[in-house]
Design a protein around this ligand. Structure first.
Ligand code: IPE
Ligand code: IPE
Ligand code: MG
Length: 230
C-alpha cells in the first residue's frame, strides 16, 4: 500500500490565527511526525510526502529558507527515532539546488535508516513530476530498453528513489485545493484521490484513518468490470 500526501494549507492555518506563515510550517512539521507514526502503526508500506515543490522556489526567499531549515531540523531530530522504529527515510527530487549542509543531512539520514524495513518514508524535496519524467526520458534514450518497467526504473533514478517509482494507491491532498500541483503524475495513473478541506496542521490520526476507511470502500477496477458484474 502506497499513500502519497500533498500537505497543503500551512500558510492559511497561520494567517487565520494572525500569525506568520512560517508558524504554520512549524505546526505542519508536528503533523508530519504524527502521521508518520500512524502510517507505521497501520502497516502502510510506502508513504510519500510532498514537502517542497520545484515551483516553491518562487516563494519569498525568507519562506524558502524557513521551509528548508525546518526540513533539515526534522531530518536531524527524526533520524534516530525513525531508525529505532525501523522507518526508512529517502528524499526524492532534485539535489543539485540544495545547500551542502542540507545535502549532508539528507545523506546521513538515508544512511542511518537504510536497512529499516517497516515503513518506507519518501520525502519529496525540490520535486517536479514533469521534470522527473523529462529526465527519465533522457536516461532512457541512452538505454536499449524502452518498456514501461524500464521507464519506471529510469524515473526512480531521476529522483534518487531506490525502489523505482511505485504506483500510488491513495493520494490525499489537504487544504481544499483539488489539483496535483506537479506531484507524482506517472505514479498516480490509477491512484484513488482524496481531497479534504482540513488544513495540514490540523490533519491528525483520526482524519488519516477516515481517508483510509473511505479508500477501503472504493471499487478499483483498473479499466475492467467490477467483480460479479458478468
Ligand atoms: C503547504 O502549505 C506547504 C508547502 C507548500 C511547502 P502552503 O504553504 O502552501 O499553505 P497555503 O496553501 O498557502 O495555505
Ligand atoms: C503543493 O502545494 C506543494 C507542496 C505541498 C509541497 P502548493 O501550495 O505549492 O501548491 P499550489 O501552488 O496551490 O498549486
Ligand atoms: Mg498551498
Amino acid at each position: 500500500m502506497h499513500i502519497a500526501i500533498i500537505m497543503d494549507g500551512n500558510g492559511r492555518w497561520a494567517t487565520r490565527r494572525g500569525r506568520a506563515r512560517t508558524v504554520g510550517h512549524r505546526e505542519g512539521a508536528k503533523a508530519v511526525r504524527k502521521i508518520v507514526e500512524s502510517a507505521r502503526r497501520l502497516e502502510i508500506d510506502i508513504l510519500t510526502l510532498y514537502a517542497f515543490s520545484s515551483n516553491n522556489w518562487g516563494r519569498p526567499r525568507s519562506e524558502v529558507d524557513a521551509l528548508l531549515h525546518l526540513l533539515q531540523r526534522y531530518l536531524i531530530s527524526e533520524t534516530r527515532r525513525c531508525a529505532a522504529q525501523s522507518i526508512r527515510i529517502k528524499v526524492i527530487g532534485r539535489r543539485d539546488r540544495l545547500s551542502r549542509s542540507l545535502m549532508r543531512t539528507i545523506e546521513q539520514t538515508e544512511e542511518a535508516t537504510a536497512s529499516c524495513n517497516r515503513l518506507n518514508l519518501r520525502i519529496a524535496v525540490d520535486y517536479s513530476a514533469r521534470q522527473s519524467i523529462a529526465a527519465a526520458a533522457q536516461i532512457l534514450q541512452r538505454s536499449p530498453d524502452n518498456d514501461q518497467a524500464a521507464f519506471s526504473n529510469a524515473l526512480g533514478c531521476a529522483i534518487h528513489s531506490a525502489n523505482g517509482s511505485p504506483s500510488v494507491d491513495l493520494l490525499i491532498r489537504t487544504g481544499g485545493e483539488k489539483r496535483l500541483s506537479d506531484f507524482l503524475l506517472w505514479e498516480c495513473a490509477y491512484a484513488e484521490l482524496s481531497f479534504t478541506d482540513c488544513l495540514w496542521p490540523d490533519f491528525d490520526e483520526t482524519a488519516f484513518e477516515a481517508a483510509l476507511e473511505d479508500y477501503r470502500h472504493r471499487n478499483r477496477r483498473f479499466g475492467r468490470l467490477a467483480a460479479g458484474a458478468v
